[in-house]
Write a protein that binds this ligand. Structure first.
Ligand SMILES: *Cc1c(COP(=O)(O)O)cnc(C)c1O
Length: 393
């Protein structure tokens, strides 16, 4: 398994490429998306790709081949998806803070639906729709109060989280939709968090959803859609071994646990699980140094190219592709003027020196899409590998 990464590295003449850069394996991307597609279509489920995970145009174009819908969280994501040829009737638009302009854009382009997250938002959507003489299709994003059992900063479906309409207000929201001639209610939306690595939270979610669907008599309000969101995690600890998430068990769980009438269409919004493992960040060691009681490796990439460790203490596997000799414990840190700009604390690497190349694995999701301009850093290039061919964009 290890050889997969080393071979891939040897294919590249790294000396000619300016570091840091993102390196994408488009074959793995294709393998991953096609498996997700296959496993979901067994049950007639429909996948929207969560654009925010990675909107690199080459990644986007490759995903487009699989006829997925998209899940957007900003007007610009809607715009970008349309530019890339994703049909408007496969676009869903979530987010707690949609502006009037973004709602206008969604209605103008006749997207599949707005996932509304509050009563006030419903009122604004209804107002805009009335003004535009264009009824808006809406799903209600419900906060189901289910623990996703993931890092607290990427949990979204608990009472204290800002996302979704609380169960206490769901009845009001449904009644509001019913009474408004400018809103067409089509169903419910849930998204309980990200990097969920066990199926248990999803089982709990299914039970909750079954209960909600029945209790609120959703079908009677015109409900015919159940959007279960995304959040399926990837293996950051051993990405070489688990290159593709277990989509088979994931979709089977929903099929086996959701108890809604067969005519209700079930949708998903997957981001990380589709793109997370196909990308890495390649960075050069600028310096090494001995601290008082620690050895530091300073890389030319930092939190500006991969923010996840700083944002939510995420752990990424790091490999040294220039050397396999020896064993040492290092803190791997970036060049940014922030104490928190650390990729890994006390991580084991071969003896590492200036000029060595490191690869930070599992950087396909929420890495390139979160780049920062801080310290006036330049956005890195992206390099792609596809069927033995290497190209840049
Ligand atoms: C971010 C997001 C997703 C995708 O989450 P992943 O963990 O990348 O699968 C899905 N739905 C909504 C509403 C989101 O905000």
């Amino acid at each position: 398994m290890k050889s997969y990464f080393f071979n891939l590295s040897q294919m590249l003449d790294f000396t000619s490429i300016k570091t840091p850069f993102y390196l994408y394996d488009l074959d793995l991307l294709e393998e991953t998306v096609s498996l997700a597609s296959k496993e979901s279509s067994k049950y007639g489920f429909f996948i929207h790709y969560a654009v925010k995970a990675n909107y690199n145009p080459v990644i986007f174009r490759n995903i487009k081949k699989f006829d997925l819908g998209v899940d957007c969280v900003s007007g610009n994501e809607v715009r970008k998806s349309l530019e890339h040829g994703f049909p408007s009737n496969g676009i869903v638009f979530a987010g707690v803070g949609k502006t009037n302009e973004e709602i206008v854009l969604a209605l103008e382009n006749d997207i599949f639906c707005l996932n509304c997250e509050s009563l006030e938002e419903l009122e604004v959507v209804a107002e805009v729709a009335e003004r535009m003489k264009k009824p808006a299709r809406v799903a209600l994003r419900v906060n189901p109060s289910v623990d996703a059992n993931t890092h607290r900063l990427i949990t979204t479906g608990m009472d204290e989280n800002k996302f979704g309409i609380s169960l206490h207000h769901l009845q009001n929201a449904l009644e509001y939709c019913k009474s408004s001639p400018n809103l067409e209610f089509i169903g419910l939306h849930f998204h309980i968090g990200s990097q969920i690595t066990s199926l248990e939270p999803y089982r709990n979610l299914c039970n909750k959803v079954n209960h909600i669907w029945k209790k609120f008599d959703i079908q009677n309000y015109g409900g015919r859609l159940l959007n279960m969101g995304g959040g399926l995690g990837i293996d950051y600890n051993d990405p070489e071994k688990n290159r593709i998430p277990d989509f088979k068990s994931f979709f089977a769980l929903f099929y086996n646990n959701l108890r809604v009438p067969p005519e209700v269409k079930v949708h998903f919004e997957l981001g990380r699980s589709l793109v997370g493992q196909c990308g890495r960040l390649v960075t050069k060691v600028l310096y090494t140094k001995q601290g008082e009681n620690k050895k530091f490796v300073i890389t030319d990439a930092g939190m500006t190219e991969l923010m996840r460790p700083v944002l939510y203490q995420a752990v990424h596997r790091i490999i040294n592709i220039s050397s396999q000799y020896g064993r040492e414990i290092y803190d791997v840190a970036g060049p940014i003027c922030e104490t928190s700009d650390i990729f890994a604390k006390d991580t084991v690497l071969p003896f590492t020196s200036r000029g060595h190349l490191l690869q930070i694995l599992s950087c396909g999701a929420y890495a390139e899409s979160m780049t920062l301009n801080f310290n006036l850093r330049q956005k890195p290039d992206s390099i792609y590998i596809s069927q033995g061919e290497i190209f840049s964009s």
